[in-house]
Design a protein around this ligand. Structure first.
Ligand SMILES: Nc1nc2c(ncn2[C@@H]2O[C@H](COP(=O)(O)OP(=O)(O)OP(=O)(O)O)[C@@H](O)[C@H]2O)c(=O)[nH]1
Ligand SMILES: [Mg+2]
Length: 675
């Protein structure tokens, strides 16, 4: 194998669900002769959607790294799922790609999955191209779709490279804007092509003044000169080339592949990669091997497979490498290029390659693999926080450990799944991006880790605090057999926005110094279970200011008990309130759903902070109590027919309105009585 890195194209394919990404991948593999039969999503024979759950759903759930050769170029590309809950599978490949091909449905225009893909690529500074697919379909329109794209992402930025000839069922071919065929073209198409060509030339002019002078002088520019100028504009984000076609009819695909080869950047378009902590590393073909793991598959039969993208240097099989993120050696026992289930061993991988390796001991997503003396860590891939929470427990008692172990492996492989034992509610929580994603995790626990779980709504970690000062007192006195127990404690509590603080204000030794720690301990214990609803108590100063002791009968235990009760007494007098977690929520929706979404947010006690338009979609930012957001992933889906998406993060605690608090307190008291 002799591959020039300049001829490598590494890209991700992303966009809204059903726009035809996986079908495009199957067709690319077939046309480039990487496979000898054309796979099909509909016939469940897709090379990319090969997992049983994907075949059943006829839609991608996982990202799939693929590769083929096209003319004298080697293409590494990743098919990503359009469905929002699997966003981690889109973010990871895009983060390690040299460019992103955003596929748009020519009958639907920009959808939420389109803007999501666009945003992920743009935020990471990854060059983009657009493929308008499904132009064979009824009600599809290249011009209408292009207008929507240009409206959202910029008219001078998104410029066609190919345009369709004919439309809908009569779509017959595509025409190259740079080299239109001599055939008789309709006059309006000719005019459009001339406009687009001019825009492309403007983009080249900005790249290289020399070329522009020659163009203006009427000189014909060489093909390579044009490509170079356009590629520079694409890398700089000034140009996003737009291609037209239909995967179903195999129209425009060869032209798209030619465009990918000639216009999209090679692996050295970026001179350096970012390291953790803000520094950068200059990538070189002959430098140390540096690669980032972006995907892990856990297979019940094969075990663990890690996919990595090489940035610098080269890797060869049997090589001892260093996982710099874990500070551990790993051995690459074999390196494979994969097309779905098919593995082809290779004897070296170079910058731009996406390859797989099995049997690494302790390597996960976002880990850096390196050769030589390279010990830095590449910047880890950044994923959004999960938005749906469940409390998990074992169907069979005694299998709790098995759940935690399985979940921890699943979290390693999928950073958009999180699991933790909540330190306040003590529940084992499982958090993911939505209902289907959660179901995936449950299935994996059952099939791979052989443990069945049940899910329930998680307890909300309410908290308690006080709104005024209060004093509490307790005298603990008991006579049991020999010597008795005695302690008396006086406490004063007062609100403190910056947190909890314990103060010893005892004078004259009414509580001897050696018992003060026991008093503090008693207070701390009482604060774990507040008097209103049994929640953690926060934000107050607790001062022990007086008490009594007995030479013989006082003990640490007695002071702990007295302090605990004195604290409870003080709480009652200090106007306690219930606090609830408030989430900062960002919702992205098509404009037509605005009314429904804001109405629902009001209903949820939400506060709308702002609205804006970003890349063609409405973005609503709001603050909403966590308890109202527990099922939001589902609710948003049904309110917007799947077109909306959202992110949320914890922001702060805030007082629960008294009518809501009353219900929570009553249900807690009810539960207490039953116990
Ligand atoms: N008419 C028509 N149908 C197409 C075209 N491309 C894909 N399809 C069909 O659209 C459906 C969805 O195609 P997929 O390739 O699975 O779409 P996807 O973008 O991978 O969808 P997700 O994996 O859910 O994100 C399938 O039934 C395809 O046969 C096209 O150009 N024209
Ligand atoms: Mg797909």
């Amino acid at each position: 194998m002799s591959i020039q890195t300049a001829s490598i194209r590494n890209f991700s394919i992303a966009g809204h669900t059903t726009c035809g990404k996986t079908s495009l991948c199957d067709l690319i593999l077939f046309k480039s002769k990487a496979v000898d039969r054309l796979g099909s999503v509909d016939a469940k024979t897709s090379v990319s959607d090969y997992m049983p759950d994907e075949q059943e759903k006829q839609s991608s759930i996982h990202s799939t790294p693929l590769n083929c050769s096209w003319k004298d170029h080697k293409l590494f590309f990743v098919d990503t799922p359009g469905y929002g809950e699997f966003i981690g599978e889109t973010i990871a490949p895009i983060s390690v790609s040299d460019s992103v091909l955003v596929v748009v449905d020519g009958a639907k225009g920009i959808e939420v999955g389109t803007s999501r893909a666009w945003k992920i690529a743009k935020e990471r500074g990854i060059p983009r191209a657009i493929f308008i697919n499904r132009l064979d379909k009824e009600a599809s329109s290249f011009k209408v779709t292009l207008a929507k794209i240009q409206d959202a992402y910029g008219a001078s930025v998104c410029v066609p490279i190919t345009v369709p000839l004919g439309k809908e069922a009569a779509l017959s071919n595509v025409v190259s804007v740079l080299k239109p065929a001599d055939a008789d073209l309709p006059a309006d198409l000719k005019a459009d092509i001339a406009t687009y060509k001019e825009r492309l030339m403007d983009a080249i002019a900005e790249s290289d003044e020399n070329l522009m002078m020659r163009y203006l002088d009427g000189q014909e520019l060489g093909e390579e000169e044009v490509s170079k100028g356009l590629r520079k504009a694409i890398v700089e984000g000034r140009l996003v080339p737009v291609f037209a076609g239909s995967v179903a009819k195999d129209i425009g695909i060869a032209e798209l592949l030619d465009g990918i080869a000639s216009l999209l950047p090679d692996p050295f378009w970026r001179k350096e990669v970012k390291l953790e902590g803000g520094k950068t590393f200059e990538i070189k073909e002959d430098g140390p091997g540096v690669a980032l793991v972006f995907k892990t598959i856990i297979d019940p039969f094969v075990g663990q497979l890690n996919f990595f993208r090489v940035y610098s240097g080269k890797f060869t099989p049997e090589l001892e490498v260093f996982n710099t993120s874990k500070d551990e050696k790993e051995k690459l026992s074999g390196i494979m290029l994969m097309n779905g289930k098919t593995q082809v061993p290779v004897n070296e991988v170079l910058p731009g390659f996406v390859a797989a390796v099995a049997k690494l001991k302790n390597t996960h997503v976002s880990n850096t693999l390196a050769t030589g003396h390279f010990r830095d860590k590449l910047e880890p891939i950044s994923f959004p926080a999960p938005v749906m929470f469940y409390s998990v427990s074992a169907v069979k008692s005694g299998e709790e450990e098995k759940i935690s172990a399985g979940l921890s492996k699943i979290c390693d492989a999928d950073p958009t799944v999180k699991s933790e034992r909540h330190h306040e509610t003590r529940e084992l929580l499982m958090c993911a991006m939505g209902e289907q994603h959660i179901n995936q995790v449950v299935k994996k626990l059952k099939n791979v880790y052989k443990v069945e779980v049940k899910l329930s709504a998680p307890k909300i970690p309410y908290r308690e605090t006080i709104t005024s000062s209060g004093e509490g007192h307790y005298r603990h006195k008991k006579q049991t057999g020999g010597h008795g127990q005695f302690a008396e404690v006086y406490l004063r509590i007062s609100p403190n926005a910056s947190g909890y603080e314990f103060k010893n204000e005892v004078v004259g030794g009414t509580i001897p110094r050696n018992f003060i720690p026991a008093v503090e301990k008693g207070v701390n214990e009482a604060m774990v279970k507040g008097p209103l609803a049994g929640c953690t108590v926060q934000n107050m100063i607790v001062a022990a200011y007086d008490g009594k002791h007995h030479e013989v009968d006082s003990s640490e235990m007695a002071f702990k008990i007295a302090a605990r009760q004195a604290f409870k007494d003080a709480m009652k007098k200090a106007n306690p309130i219930l606090l609830e977690p408030i989430q900062k929520v960002t919702i992205v929706i098509p404009g037509e759903y605005m009314g429904d979404i804001t109405g629902d947010l009001n209903h949820k006690r939400g506060r709308i902070l702002g609205m804006s338009v970003e890349d063609g979609m409405e973005v609503v930012s709001a603050e909403v109590p966590l308890v109202e957001m527990a099922r939001y992933a589902n609710e948003l889906r049904s309110m917007t027919q799947g077109a909306g998406s959202f992110e949320m993060v914890f922001d702060r605690y805030e007082m629960v309105p008294s009518n809501v608090a009353r219900t929570i307190i009553e249900s807690y008291k009810g539960g207490e009585e039953e116990e």
